[in-house]
Design a protein around this ligand. Structure first.
Ligand code: MLC
Ligand code: AMP
Length: 505
């Protein structure tokens, strides 16, 4: 029996027929029946463009309902959907295309020429465009293509998607996610968070990462709910839409921004039944302030690109501030000693490991990295430090990996350091995350210059422009005489964090 995730969606989509699937504030609307028909047309276009089962389809486009139809079309034809952050620069895209070797690159119409050059350089045979206003060559192709109604059979362990996640070495790793991974997590979350056809999800997240794509859209499709697609988070728009929504999912920055706004009241949120937060730690302060202002306890959950969602606070029962709740049904966790890998006693801090049908099958073409992080017994080493508190709730207390999370986006210091270090006059650099009132953590660099070099903050930032996505670029650069090191020669980032702690406060 085929285990193509699309088939699970399709039966729900058929049932929902003319009901709303995606709407926008500009009045665009796709019913479930429309989404079935349009995704079949797009599937026809993908085949006409040379996409075969198992091929990767790389997609770097602005958010629009048609992107989700394209994702569905990729599932239909058995290809592997590979979404890319729209903030990535040409250099970054070159790496992803070179590594993933997609059969097709779908880009924004305005960058068609540059994208085609990168595609040619990296051996990607086809390029199509898709614009935020339903423009571009892909939809033209779809309009002329013969719709493909059949769904290519897939096994549960066949790939449905590859999502790149940055790595400690500075090289991004492609997390390989299967049909089983995505289907199991969506089914679990529909139950855990009580999604149904009456729900209307306010969707302000980007759709190129796990949170906005799989958590939000797969759950919607699985439950037959409807989703209001907003291009980005804009507090003005959120306040207008809250009275018509039932659920919102966001990164902590959404909630700190809402709490800072006097329009956040019990009245404006009265129609809402659930607010979910994740991708970065939500402070207990924000959780408590939101509840005091609205009567809603934000449901915090914990996930990763490699695993989708692992832990969640309960729907019924106490949603504890500063915790990520309990393992979701089907997910096992253990908290281990970082050195020995043995489980630590309850109440102690250790490395969080997770296992379940949600856990990915490895990093694309990186068997060694996969072996380091995905253990033989199926547990995945998350790199997050956790403990189970006295009431059995899991707290994420820190990270063992050198990672900064800024506004829900991951930034690996190594990647930024490497680009800074290329600049003439730089001897070395260290990138850290510092407490930031809006983004949670602000990417910050400490730079040591070569003797006699005349660099300033602006010249370093200038150098990064166009080489690294904006969200990875440090908000501040500090010049130091030397990086603090321990006797082993390892840079002491904690010392730097203490020294510059007050930068954004
Ligand atoms: C924007 N900027 C950022 C940034 N977002 N800088 C650092 N970190 C970010 N996250 C830059 C912009 O380029 C701009 O700079 C300046 O900050 C101000 O922009 P803004 O208009 O205030 O930003 P905004 O568009 O409002 O975006 C902020 C945001 C957005 C938090 C709403 O970043 C966002 O939607 N983040 C969600 C990320 C996400 O989906 N993560 C999930 C990953 S999945 P300038 O100088 O260019 O003007 C995952 C697994 C899991 O982690 O568990 O879910
Ligand atoms: P990503 O690789 O973008 O999927 O980010 C995954 C990382 O985000 C995890 O390893 C955690 O460090 C972090 N994360 C996600 N959700 C939470 C949360 N609720 N609390 C703390 N950290 C989180």
């Amino acid at each position: 029996m085929s285990r193509n995730l699309f088939e699970t969606f399709a039966s729900r989509m058929q049932e929902r027929g003319d009901a709303d699937f995606i709407t926008t504030r500009e009045g665009r609307r796709y019913s479930y029946a429309d989404a079935l028909a349009e995704s079949a047309r797009l599937a026809g276009a993908l085949s006409a463009l040379g996409v075969s089962p198992g091929d990767r389809v790389a997609v770097q486009v602005d958010k629009s309902p048609e992107v989700i139809l394209l994702y569905l079309a990729c599932l239909r034809v058995g290809s592997v959907y590979l979404p890319l952050n729209t903030g990535y620069t040409g250099d970054e895209i070159r790496y992803f295309l070179g590594d993933a070797e997609p059969a097709l690159f779908v880009c924004r119409p305005q960058v068609h020429e540059a994208a085609s050059a990168i595609a040619a350089e990296t051996g990607c045979p086809a390029v199509a465009t898709l614009g935020a206003d339903a423009d571009g060559s892909l939809l033209e192709e779809a309009a002329n293509a013969t719709p493909r109604d059949e769904v290519v059979p897939r096994e549960a362990d066949d790939l449905a998607a590859i999502l790149y996640t940055s790595g400690t070495t500075g090289r991004s790793k492609g997390a390989m996610l299967t049909h089983r991974n995505l289907a199991s997590n969506a089914e679990t979350l529909v139950d855990a968070w009580r999604f149904d056809a009456q729900d209307r999800l306010i969707h302000a997240l980007p759709i190129f990462h796990t949170h906005g794509l799989f958590v939000a859209c797969n759950v919607t499709l699985m439950a037959g709910s409807s989703v209001l697609f907003l291009p980005k988070f804009d507090a003005e728009v959120i306040f207008e839409e809250l009275p018509r929504g039932t659920v919102m999912m966001g990164v902590p920055t959404f909630y700190t921004r809402l709490v800072a706004d006097e329009r956040l009241t019990p009245e404006v949120t009265a129609n809402m039944r659930l607010f979910v937060s994740g991708s970065a730690p939500l402070t207990a302060e924000t959780h408590e302030a939101f509840e005091a202002r609205t009567g809603h306890a934000i449901l915090e959950r914990y996930g990763m690109t490699e695993t989708n969602m692992n832990l969640s606070n309960p729907y019924d029962g106490d949603r504890r501030a500063g915790t990520v709740g309990h393992p979701l049904p089907g997910v096992e966790i253990r908290i281990t000693d970082r050195e020995t890998g043995k489980e630590v006693p309850a109440g102690e801090i250790g490395m969080l490991q997770v296992r379940g049908p949600n856990v990915f099958i490895g990093y694309w073409r990186m068997p060694e990295k996969t072996r380091e992080e995905l253990l033989e017994d199926g547990f995945f080493i998350t790199g997050d430090l956790a403990m189970i508190d006295d009431r059995g709730y899991v707290q994420i207390v820190g990270r063992d990996k050198d990672l900064v999370i800024s506004g829900g986006y991951n930034v690996y210091p190594k990647e930024v350091e490497q680009v800074i270090d290329e600049l003439e006059g730089v001897r070395e650099s260290a990138v850290i995350g510092l407490p930031h009132p809006d983004f949670g953590e602000g990417v910050t660099a400490a730079v040591v210059c070569e003797p006699g070099a005349s660099l300033d903050e602006a010249s370093v930032l200038d150098h990064l422009q166009g080489r690294l996505a904006r969200f990875k670029q440090p908000k501040r650069i500090f010049f130091v005489d030397a990086l603090p090191r321990n006797t082993m020669g390892k840079v002491q980032k904690n010392e730097l964090r203490q020294r510059f702690d007050a930068t954004y406060r």
